[in-house]
Write a protein that binds this ligand. Structure first.
Ligand SMILES: Nc1ncnc2c1ncn2[C@@H]1O[C@H](COP(=O)(O)OP(=O)(O)OP(=O)(O)O)[C@@H](O)[C@H]1O
Ligand SMILES: [Mg+2]
Length: 271
């Protein structure tokens, strides 16, 4: 039942934030999760976990190795100090696409095969640049599920109109993406953008608390603001889509406990 989930979307649409919240939700349900940040132009780890020591643990050095092994993957996994179920992989601060030798799709395929043996869920925080970023492009092709984030604005329309034709190959199964409209504020033209992309399956509202957590490097913390409730509900519905609502092992109690850990008000609102 191990699954690879790719989170992709237009630039600045909330991919990294959602990947973290999804990884947290699944880990609070006692699922082992490896969260992979593909971005090499702006290495993510120092922006989301600023004080963590990450020496010699670059995703880039792993992917450009002649042979990728489970052992090497485990060595590059950056553990989360407060969460035994969660590991992170990322390019490191100051690195860029020239820091390591170029690697091809074969390396990424090997990486994915090995990853499936190492965790219950692998979440790939893709970069928006799927034409040159072979890790993100391969994630779109080989993931069990792709979550596509779309912000309701003209810039996202411009991005998708330029990028979708470049990835229109049948093997990428674009029609199977879960299309999510993201960072929605009340007066945004969400219906117009939704219609443009053939309908939207989920909505993630704009949350000032997430924005604050992002600026403070605290996205791994629980949300506590009452106004984050709509975001949390969409997040839980996305986790259902990932693990399957009828997953026998995961009873309502486990999910409720996870909800309370993710959203500190969950206990008040769920009896
Ligand atoms: N649901 C949300 N509500 C409010 N702000 C959000 C939400 N999700 C993300 N943001 C904000 O949007 C900005 C971009 O977020 P994030 O880095 O997660 O997006 P991204 O798609 O990964 O960006 P990039 O294309 O640079 O990788 C940040 O300021 C973040 O706080
Ligand atoms: Mg990002």
């Amino acid at each position: 039942m191990n699954k690879i989930i790719a989170v992709w979307g237009n630039p600045n649409s909330g991919k990294t934030s959602l990947s973290i919240k999804l990884a947290l939700a699944l880990s609070k349900m006692k699922k082992n999760v490896i969260l992979i940040h593909a971005d090499q132009a702006t290495p993510v780890i120092s922006t989301i976990y600023p004080l963590k020591a990450t020496k010699d643990q670059s995703l880039g050095s792993l992917l450009s190795a002649v042979q990728i092994t489970q052992d090497e993957i485990l060595k590059k996994c950056i553990t989360h100090d407060k969460n035994d179920y969660l590991s992170l992989m990322s390019y490191l601060h100051g690195e860029n696409e020239r820091t390591y030798a170029k690697y091809g799709k074969e390396n990424v395929v090997d990486f994915f095969i090995l990853l499936k043996h190492l965790a219950d869920h692998i979440i790939i925080d893709c970069s928006s640049n799927v034409t040159t970023d072979v890790l993100s492009r391969t994630a779109l092709e080989l993931s069990d599920q792709v979550i596509r984030l779309i912000t309701p604005d003209l810039k996202s329309v411009s991005y998708f109109d330029s990028t979708l034709p470049l990835i229109a190959e049948r093997k990428l199964n674009l029609q199977n993406h879960i299309r999510v409209i993201s960072k929605v504020k009340p007066d945004m033209p969400k219906d117009a953008v939704s219609n443009k992309f053939g309908g939207i399956q989920r909505e993630l509202t704009f949350s000032e608390e997430i924005e604050r957590q992002y600026y403070e490097g605290l996205l791994f913390e629980a949300l506590i603001d009452k106004k984050s409730e709509a975001y949390i509900q969409s997040l839980m519905s996305l986790t259902d889509a990932i693990i399957g609502e009828d997953n026998g092992e995961l009873n309502k109690d486990t999910k409720k406990k996870a909800l309370v850990k993710l959203w500190k008000r969950g206990d008040k609102n769920n009896g």
